[in-house]
Write a protein that binds this ligand. Structure first.
Ligand code: PLP
Length: 162
């Protein structure tokens, strides 16, 4: 069996995500390469990308190498929640095209709740890439306007595509 097909089946078993091995799966040497590949795949020089802050240090380098400008959306101590208005503003007012979601977060250890993920999924106008545990970078992207919403649906966080 082809390696990527086997991986797609494993991801399906473990996450319930249906992954197209030819179109939606890229094998890389670790998360560092995967995140940079994701930046370069969807962002053009000059594009803006929302990054929850504090953030894993490599995301700054990813921005420099891809030419994308980071817009930091703060996670607020002590529970590292975010202000949905600030996140919406990053897309609506600052023109971000994507969101980096590191879950659980490195460095602050925040685990995004189901409700938070649903609210992120309802922010229109973006794709997002997520670096969850087990060194799997999930990259959710389509040309549709409500890509986040679509991704939340695919993650079974929303009952319908709305
Ligand atoms: C959020 C995050 N991304 C990337 C990496 C690096 O991963 P890799 O060694 O698979 O490139 C780490 C390592 O701790 C990390 O925490």
């Amino acid at each position: 069996m082809e390696f990527r097909t086997a991986l797609a089946e494993k991801i399906g078993r473990e996450t319930r995500l249906e992954v197209d091995p030819d179109r939606e799966l890229t094998v890389t040497c670790g998360s560092t390469e995967a995140m940079l590949a994701s930046f370069m795949a969807i962002l053009n020089p000059g594009d803006r990308v929302a990054v929850f802050s504090p953030f894993y240090e490599n995301y700054a380098a990813d921005g420099i190498l891809s030419g994308a400008e980071a817009v930091h959306v703060p996670l607020h101590a002590p529970d590292w929640g975010f202000d949905l208005g600030e996140l919406r503003s990053a897309f609506r007012d600052k023109g971000c095209r994507a969101l980096v979601l590191c879950n659980p977060s490195n460095p602050c250890g925040k685990v995004f709740s189901r409700e938070e993920l649903v609210s992120i999924g309802a922010v229109p106008g973006s794709s997002f890439f997520e670096r969850p545990v087990k060194n799997l970078v999930r990259f959710h992207f389509s040309r549709r306007e409500s890509t986040l919403r679509e991704a939340a649906y695919r993650l079974k966080l929303l009952p319908s595509k709305l």
